[in-house]
Design a protein around this ligand. Sequence first.
Ligand code: PMT
Length: 398
Amino acid sequence: MFKDKNIILGVTGGIAAYKSVEIASRLRKAGASVHVIMTSGAQNFITPLTFREITGNPVVTTMWGEVTNYNVEHIALAELADAVIVAPATANFIAKASAGIADDMLTTTLLAVQAPVFFAPAMNTNMYNNPLTQGNIKKLTALGWHFIPPAAGHLACGAEGVGRMPEPVDIVEFVHNWFSRTMDMSKLKVLVTAAGTHEPIDPVRFIGNRSSGKMGYAVAEAAAARGADVILVSGPSSLEIPCGVNAIMVQTAAEMRKAVLENYNSADIVIKAAAVADYRVRNISDQKIKKNDDELILTLDKNPDILKELGELKQPGQILVGFAAETQNLIEYARQKLEKKNLDMIVANDVSRKDSGFNSDTNAVKLLFRNGQVEEMPLMSKKEVANQLLDRVLSLKQ
Ligand code: PMT
């Protein structure tokens, strides 16, 4: 997995810096070319020489030194990188990165890099739990950067709690798992729905909801990146269609139902992230309704439940995943939907949270399975939620 990959290992000034030597060693043994960038703080804990010996590559310690034999100029390492791992990532470094500061080689590289970025935070528990640090982590998570959750236990400062850098073996495995997702969905046809439907009232008005499409588009994008043949049935959304995805744009629940049913039989996996309007207007006016009266009464008819219909038509081997957007009794309501709609998995979405659900870039979800298992996921970017969800779907398919 790591063979011939260029991995940038950023080491910042925390006591756990000594453990990064093992990360470098494991990566190199796995076939990666490891390029270490140390902050000045890191050099108080460990010498560049140690990393140079372990990696066989020059170690970058400053932006202002002599250009080394492999041309480490300014953003050259950012262009070379297949991944960046920052371990340990101190509170100070996370804050600088989230502010977009580029005052040393590591922050500069991170600003320029296009490759996936992994942070392994390590700090005192109170510093980790501080809303400022958590806000910075949230901001970077929303950009799609990955945070490897710190471990709990005895910290160097004497305190007990969460904040210890994960073990090198776990950090390397986390990144390995991320890479091993590549193309693991080729030969699979995935049908995804996204965004909210619009139910017209007259030529200028409609009944809609707050779904932006971000969650469903993230699923479609992740599945396509993993090699799946993806059909995205989307309600109105301002998002760009992800690369490699075939999109069918619809307006109403009835149109979404038609497009989904037409593509259902050939789909191996169906993921319904769309927020479908439960009701539609019975008499849609041909002309713009004039505001002559003090009140306007609209009669609404119930829309068909597309997901329930799919559950009834499900063929052996097909995997059907629903979402449940709830503001209360999250688990209970999600479980009822899982049973009633004959789903294999449901993603329970607490949409009362600001950082989760409609239109946010992050999501905190719980995954419910048919065997009663509930898996609680931490707050992460919708892209990461999408990948985690696809990981679970693939394990259900085996
Ligand atoms: O698009 P974003 O801004 O990123 O927001 C994402 C999201 C909050 C919309 C998404 O994560 C989510 O939770 N989607 C489901 C929203 C919803 O309508 O939930 P529901 O509990 O009403 O419906 C349950 C399931 O049945 C959903 O999979 C829905 O697609 C499906 N359904 C609902 C009604 C209907 N008539 N037909 C359906 O197929």
